[in-house]
Design a protein around this ligand. Structure first.
Ligand SMILES: [Ca+2]
Length: 161
């Protein structure tokens, strides 16, 4: 499925420009993430015929839920469009897409990482200060844990007293 969708994008790109849209996409990228890549490339192409590029760091294999199997992450921070420097980001950061089995969830972050807390595998994200009732420079992070039964990320604000 990855190979098929890549060739479809390449074919449509060939109409506008002979150069390949992007390099470094492996054929085994899950369809859910390939769709996000294709959408980003399409939006770039519509922006004055921009050329889309993606660094290898865009796709990461990480065990997000702590079950021992590597899951998938797609970071739009590693996307670039030749005709629009800030197309994939803003002051809030860039979108990262987290895929566990066939459950895709996305978050706007300025960076993210994983931590272990007791039995939990925790996704930490640096987010816009407005999410902490502040402004952009206000330090603000969020922590999320995967609920394998309900197939959703769980997070809350702290109950500080
Ligand atoms: Ca996993």
């Amino acid at each position: 499925m990855g190979i098929k969708s890549i060739s479809a994008v390449m074919a449509s790109a060939a109409l506008a420009a002979p150069a390949p849209l992007y390099a470094g996409t492996s054929a085994d990228v899950p369809a859910e993430l390939q769709t996000k890549i294709d959408e980003a490339a399409s939006v770039c192409g519509e922006m004055d015929g921009g050329t889309f590029a993606m660094e290898d760091t865009a796709i990461q294999r990480v065990d997000l839920d702590g079950d021992g199997d590597e899951d998938w992450v797609l970071n739009e921070s590693a996307f670039a469009c030749s005709t629009a420097a800030s197309m994939y980001g803003g002051t809030g950061g860039t979108m990262s897409h987290f895929l566990i089995d066939d459950s895709l969830a996305s978050m706007l972050t300025q960076g993210w990482g994983m931590a272990k807390l007791g039995p939990h595998t925790v996704l930490l994200a640096d987010v816009h200060g407005s999410q902490c009732d502040g402004i952009n420079p206000t330090p603000c992070v969020t922590a999320s844990v995967w609920d394998a039964e309900e197939k959703v990320w769980r997070s809350t604000g702290a109950s500080w007293e």
